[in-house]
Design a protein around this ligand. Structure first.
Ligand code: SF4
Length: 188
């Protein structure tokens, strides 16, 4: 059953986390926040977006972000658009930590052994996620280059929602405002 498989893999992920020598000082939620912040775009690195992405309470996420800041792993900057809003950036040590531990070695090794089947599995899991996002009332985070607002204007990537140009690296990042637009319906 799909649920059992996802649950089992999640348990293995928890075992991996608990045993990793570089992660002894972190809580699982703190690593999840760091991984998200390493992969999200400039519209999505706010405390509210982290809370929405992780699906946890505001208080829990706020405590975790404070702990990450105290450890020197994230840096807060004030938004240039809205002085009441803050953005969260990973410090250099945090970037190095995320690069060293993600993806978990046990998962990367298994995918390498599976070869092309692992690519197909990744595609199918992506379909599963998009299917849930389209049909359930859940946050719609997704990759910028698959968004309905994503446009090419004069040869450059452009966001139709914020009306701002997007850099080449930004189109590969996760966005809080992502909308499934022109993508084909997933067959069920
Ligand atoms: S095109 Fe979509 S995903 Fe990309 S920045 Fe704009 S709203 Fe976000």
């Amino acid at each position: 059953m799909l649920f059992d498989l996802l649950e089992r893999l999640s348990s293995l992920n928890r075992v991996w986390f608990r045993q990793h020598p570089l992660l002894l000082e972190l809580q699982p939620i703190q690593l999840s926040a760091l991984v998200y912040l390493a992969r999200c775009n400039r519209y999505s690195n706010t405390p509210l977006a982290v809370t929405d992405y992780l699906g946890l309470t505001k208080g829990t996420v706020s405590q975790s972000l404070k702990a990450l800041e105290a450890k020197g792993l994230i840096v807060k900057t004030q938004s240039t658009r809205d002085k009441r809003s803050v953005h969260l950036e990973l410090s250099e040590p945090a970037r190095a930590l995320v690069a060293a531990v993600i993806p978990p070695a046990f998962l990367a090794d298994a995918a390498a052994r599976m070869g092309a089947a692992a690519d197909e599995l990744e595609r199918l899991l992506g379909d599963l996620l998009r299917n849930v996002q389209r049909h359930e009332n859940v946050p719609g985070f997704g990759l910028c280059n698959t968004c309905g607002y994503h446009q090419i204007v004069e040869g450059e990537a452009f966001c139709g929602l914020t009306r701002e140009p997007l850099g080449p690296a930004e189109v590969e990042l996760i966005c809080w405002e992502h909308q499934h637009g022109e993508e084909p319906e997933v067959s069920e």
